[in-house]
Structures are given as C-alpha cells and as structure tokens.
Design a protein around this ligand. Structure first.
Ligand code: BGC
Length: 718
C-alpha cells in the first residue's frame, strides 16, 4: 500500500461525492486476486457492477491523524476479462462537520479536507506472474450520483445520473505512515427490520413505524417509478404528545434522505451514512406507499453475541432487549453515546460505564482493542484523555470518570476475555493517565480542581444543571484511587514492579479519608463502597439503603453512580432494595421507559414524561446505552455468574444467584472464552429450583451453602 498514491478529484466537487475508477484487462488465467483499499472518507467499491466485500462505511473511524485502516478483499470471483472498478468516496467521519455543537479551527480544517482514495489491485496469475495496479494518476474520477452524503445530514442521490465525464485523478500528498491493516470488527449489514405500520398523523404526515429503534439506513424498493420521481424522508425516534412526527432532539443533524428515481423498478439505500431512528416521515413519495416498499438495513460492527438473559417478567425481558439494541445501535466501529443527534461520538465516560455489560453481551475484544489503540493514539502529550475518542473535541478538558476509560476499559476487556495482550498494549496509556491526574491536581494525592462532568444527569442535580450533587472533587479523587488500583493490577499481570503506584494508592486512600470523612449523596456512598474507600463498608451500605428508602425507594444517581448502585446493594445484604429499584415501574426507573414503549435505553430516565411531553431538545436521546449497564448486575448478581479476579476469562467462576419472586424466573447464559456458563432459577410456589450448567470449574453458593464443582449440570432446590 505504501507505494500507492492517495488520489483525489482534480477539481473540488463541493457536496458531490467523487467516484474513482480503474479499467483493466486480465492477461491470462487468474489464480487469485485481491484489492487492498482505504480512503480519506468512507468508500463503496464496486467491481463490474458488484459490491466488493460486505463491509460498509469502511475504512471505519480511527484517530485519523495517526491511524487509518485499510481493508483487503478477495475479488477473484468478480473478475472478468475486461474489468471496471469504481469506488465512491463520501465524507464519512473523516471530513464531516463533527461535532455538530461546536465550532473551531480543527473542525473547519477537517470539513475542508479533500476526500481521497488509496489502494492496490493485486492480480496473481496461474503462471506465477503478479501484477499490481496501484492508485496513481492513471486512475480516473468523475462526479457520482451521490450528490451529498454526510454523517449527520444524510444523503442525496440522483439515480438518473451516471458518471460520464471521467478525468485524470490528482495525487494528494498525505501521510502513508498512518496506514494500518483492519484492526476492529468490520461494520456490516447485520439485520433487516421490516416496518410495522404506516401512520397518518393528526397533522397529516405519512410516517412509517419500524417498531424498533435501529441504527440503520432505509432501503426503498420501487416496483415501477418514472425518471424524476422523488422519495424524500426524515428520521425520528419518537412521536410527540399528539402522535406527530418529531425529531427536534436531533438538534442540528438533518437526518434527511432524498432519492431521485430513474425509470423502472429500482431498489436503493444510502451507502455512505447511517441514521438512528424508529420512524421515518415521508416528505415525497411517488404513488401510495406500502409497507413492503421499505426495509431498515441495520448496520453495526460484526460482533458475535455471547450473552443471553431471559426472565419470567415481560417488562424486564423488554428492558433486556432494549439493552441489546442499545449496544447494536451504538457499536458502529466506535462506542458512541448515541446514533442520531449531532454527536454520535466516542464519549469515553459512556464507554467506561457500559464496557462490562458490552463484553458479556457480545465478544467485543477486537472492537475495544481498536478503540483503545485510538485512545492511546489521541492521548495528549501530558497524558490527558479527551472527552471523546477519536478526539474530535481537542479543546475539551479531560474529566474524571471519562478519561478513566483509559484504565477501566482495558482492565475489563482483560477480565472478561483473559488475554493480557490488551494490558500490554495499553499499559503506557493507562500509566500516563494516572500520572496526568497527579500532574494537574490542586491537592497532592487527590484530584481536586479541573473541569468535570460530575455525576452526569444525576437526579439530585440542582435545578438547571445536568450534573448531580455529588462533589466533583469526591468523584475525581475516588476515580484517581480506582484507576491507580487497576493500573497496579495490570502492572502485576504484566510482571512489573508497581511499588511506586502502591505507595501512591496508599497515600490517596489516606488523603481521601481525611478530605471526605462523610458521604453526602447516594453516589458518594456507592463510590466509597465500590472503590473500597470506606473503612466501614457495612455501615456505608446500610446508610445508602436507608437513603434510598427515605427517598421513596428511588435512586438519585447519575452516569457515575448508577452502574455500581445495584452491585453494592447486593454485595452488602440489601438485595431487596436492589430488586425494588430494578423492578420499580414509576419514574425514575429502568422499567419506566419500558412502560412508555421504549425499544432502546434512553439518555434521561424521563426522556418522555408522564404526560407524554419531552425533555428539552438540548439533550434527549432515546438510544443512549449508559444505563443499560444494569445488565452486568443481572449476569453477575441476579444470575450470580461472578467472575473471579484470579481467574480472568472465566477460567473458574463463582455462581451465587440472588433471586426475587417478582421476577419469577431468570436464566442467563454466557459463552466465555473458557466455556459456556448458564445459571437459571425459577420459583415454584415458594421454593426455588436452580439449574446450573458450567463448562468451567465453579464454586456454587446457594442458600448459604458452598460447593466446589467440576464442569457439568447441576440442579438444586432451596
Ligand atoms: C453525551 C453524553 C456524554 C456527555 C458528557 C453528552 O452530550 O451525549 O453521553 O457523556 O455529553 O457530559
């Protein structure tokens, strides 16, 4: 690839996506043929009229300043004697105006970047000859029928147009040192969802309901259209109080598609962008739309499912479905906050909160390895980690619990999959983050000062603020200890001397106890327990349980406290409170959104309020996976499949289910690297039958009795 040139259009094409082409003739019997390709943008490659490979939105999103993936596809079956390769390049993440809510030099530069293609066609003949056709100025370019394509705003396509005026491509001078082979999971068309209903809204709109919030593009199929007919639609996640189309919460993202037909039968979908939605509003459509004219093509990283949970409670089962859909919808090459509004960014805090659940639901080792390499690549010279990775907010201050993703994510990936390589890869980045905190804090051995997101969206936030009432210095210092602790553990796995950090950890612990002798909020209690900051854990846990009861058995925690809340309650003998919170149906609760018809996890517990009105358009995503992290409590505590620190990758496991009659039954299955582990329980009258199937040695703890077992199937009653 390094001998190929980046090629670009010889004239600026504005919004129109350029298409590049190479025509070539085969001079003998082909043994095999491959194309290696990448782009500054996202590409769609077509050879002799057939799509090359099944990746979409390639080359994916990386820290482009230092890392640009290329893909390799076998093209042997597509070759003929005379061949024409066409590759259309859209803005993608590379030159889209991201994020939509900030302006800045760096963003302007990015938007004005020339889209370009780089690649090589490698032909191997039966007689041993090799021929390599590298991108250079012998390739041509033209304007494609994609008149506009961009991550936030959508796509405009004119099927009447055919690239005709081919011109010589220009060479673009761009670093080739950044080229790396595909590292993450490819993004693919993973599922298809048929629409459920055509709705005619009170204000007279025609809206198609897919019945499920998806991250996708809609395929339209027109049996008979006339050249010049147009299909135009907008995407939305919810209907408003009156049942009309609504997408003000997309903020500046237009999420718009306009397709102009050619004559005859045709099937089309956008190629170089994606949308987060459940509904589309038809603005123009030739004739009367029918359900079969539409299909949502669901795209996400090709991750393999490894976790299943099913209970005897319909609402909880819907919640679990919402968590899985939330992950699918936000694991499109980078773990994103949301797939719809003018963000869709790799928010580090959200990823950190969700990584454990994510790693049980699906095999995300490769997915996170790539993203963590990007995190290290975009880590600032002083060790600071940006709010989003790839770092499209370079002026943003590193925040506690967000930057800590640098440490928490690799550690979790190691724990789930047992492969120390991720720690070896990330160790320097982890260490730099911990050192960074030490270099910016106002108080030695704590993290005070700085700009933080606090307990983001905490329900104890003072009016008008998104930040809960938990003290920011408390959160930052608690995470300082936690990250130092995980760094030490990682260092030990790698056989490093961690004495210096062990001493630091001791000092942070002491300083913390002095600075924060008491805990004021629910989240402060949760962190003190989960990070081992309290000397009297049982007392702290009892206080937490009382606070929750005093608040009407209601949580006040935000992004920082919620993921650990049910874990600590269960650990310290308050599983009744944990279950009360988990099974609560009134706002705020996991099941409230289910009652309101959610099909993914919402950003706010009350994204749609009791009366059907919305949170402000400011920040109201209906596909934000963070609170879906409750699934790791279901796997680890409710089903009781508890990983043991000394046995990463579930080589050995403790199984200690925690039941609740209101759930009726629960069955969780985890396909781990060491084997399948299933834990289920079911109430039969007042008795509980436990069914355990483990392919790894386990300690089973039921009804207070512990038992060491070898792989096998076990039934217990209690
Ligand atoms: C994102 C969040 C993110 C937060 C940081 C929001 O706009 O959507 O999920 O973590 O900003 O405060």
């Amino acid at each position: 690839m390094k001998e190929s040139f980046y090629i670009t259009s010889s004239q600026l094409t504005g919004d129109i996506c350029p298409v590049f082409r190479k025509c070539f003739t085969i001079s003998g019997e082909i043994k095999c043929a491959q194309i290696n390709v990448s782009a500054l943008g996202v590409y769609n490659a077509v050879l002799n009229g057939h799509k090359v490979g099944d990746d979409v939105l390639a080359p994916g999103w990386t820290a482009y300043g230092s890392r640009l993936q290329y893909q390799c596809y076998d093209i042997t079956p597509l070759l003929k004697k005379e061949n024409e390769l066409q590759v259309t390049v859209g803005r993608g993440w590379f030159s889209s105006p991201m994020p939509g809510f900030t302006e800045g030099e760096e963003k302007n530069e990015r938007m004005n970047c020339q889209r370009a293609l780089i690649g090589e066609i490698c032909l191997t003949y039966e007689d041993g000859r090799q021929e390599i056709l590298r991108t250079d100025d012998s390739w041509e370019w033209a304007c494609s029928p994609v008149l506009f394509s961009e991550i936030y705003d959508g796509e405009i396509y004119d099927a009447r147009l055919n690239p005709v005026a081919w011109e010589k491509a220009s060479i673009l001078d761009w670093s080739k040192d950044i080229l790396i082979p595909q590292e993450g999971e490819a993004v693919r068309e993973m599922e298809r969802v048929a629409p459920k209903e055509i709705i005619h809204t009170p204000v007279g709109e025609t809206v198609i309901d897919f019945g499920q919030e998806v991250t996708s593009y809609v395929q339209i199929c027109l049996p008979d259209a006339k050249a010049g007919d147009q299909v135009e639609f907008l995407h939305g996640e919810v209907l408003d109080q009156q049942g009309n189309f609504y997408n003000d919460n997309y903020r500046s993202a237009k999420a718009h598609v306009l397709y102009t037909c050619r004559d005859g039968a045709q099937t089309w979908h956008p190629q170089l962008t994606f949308f987060g939605f459940r509904y589309i509003k038809l603005v123009q459509f030739p004739g009367t739309p029918e359900l079969q004219d539409f299909e949502a093509v669901v795209v996400y990283s090709d991750i393999k499912r490894t976790g299943w949970i099913e209970t005897g409670h319909a609402g909880v089962n819907q919640l679990i479905s919402n968590i899985f859909w939330g992950q699918k919808g936000n694991f499109l090459d980078v773990p994103t906050d949301c797939p719809q509004r003018d963000e869709r960014l790799g928010w580090t805090g959200d990823a950190q909160v969700f990584v454990r659940t994510a790693s049980y639901n699906y095999d995300v080792e490769k997915f996170f390895t790539k993203w963590l390499h990007d995190l290290a690549a975009d880590q600032r010279p002083d060790g600071g980690v940006g709010m989003v990775i790839p770092d499209y907010l370079p002026d943003g201050q590193p925040s506690a619990a967000w930057g800590d993703a640098a440490v928490i994510c690799p550690w979790q990936i190691y724990r789930t999959y047992g492969n120390p390589q991720i720690l070896a890869d990330q160790f320097e980045s982890m260490r730099k983050w911990v050192d960074y905190i030490g270099s910016v804090t106002n108080t030695k051995d704590l993290w005070t000062g700085g700009e933080h997101f606090g307990d983001w969206l905490g329900l104890d936030a003072p009016s008008g603020s998104y930040k809960g009432s938990t003290r920011e210095d408390f959160i930052a210092s608690a995470f300082y200890l936690y990250s130092t602790d995980l760094l030490i553990k990682a260092g030990k796995v790698l056989g490093k001397d961690m004495a210096e950090y062990e001493a630091l950890k001791g000092r942070i612990r002491t300083a913390f106890s002095k600075a924060f002798p008491e805990y004021k909020t629910q989240t402060e209690h949760v962190l003190a327990l989960y990070f081992g900051l309290t000397d009297q854990p049982q007392r702290t846990a009892d206080e937490l349980a009382e606070m929750i009861r005093a608040a009407g058995t209601s949580m006040k925690t935000g992004f920082v406290g919620t993921p650990y809340l049910l874990h600590v309650l269960t650990e310290y003998g308050h599983s009744d409170v944990a279950y009360d919170l988990f099974l609560r149906e009134a706002y705020p609760s996991w099941l409230y959104s289910v009652g309101k018809g959610a099909t993914t996890i919402w950003e706010h517990w009350d994204g749609i309020m009791e009366d059907g009105s919305f949170w402000s358009t400011d920040m109201n995503s209906f596909n934000h996976y963070a609170y879906g992290s409750v699934a790791d409590w279901l796997y680890e505590k409710a089903a009781g499949i508890r990983p043991l620190e000394a046995y990463p990758g579930f080589m050995r496991v403790r199984i200690e289910p925690v039941t609740d009659k209101r759930l009726g039954s629960l069955e969780a299955r985890l396909q781990t690297r060491s084997g399948l582990i299933c834990s289920g329980w079911k109430y039969i009258g007042d008795a509980v039958r436990y069914e355990i199937r483990t392919e790894v040695p386990a300690t089973i703890c039921i009804g207070g009795r512990e038992q060491e077992v070898m792989p096998g199937n076990y039934t217990f009653w209690a």
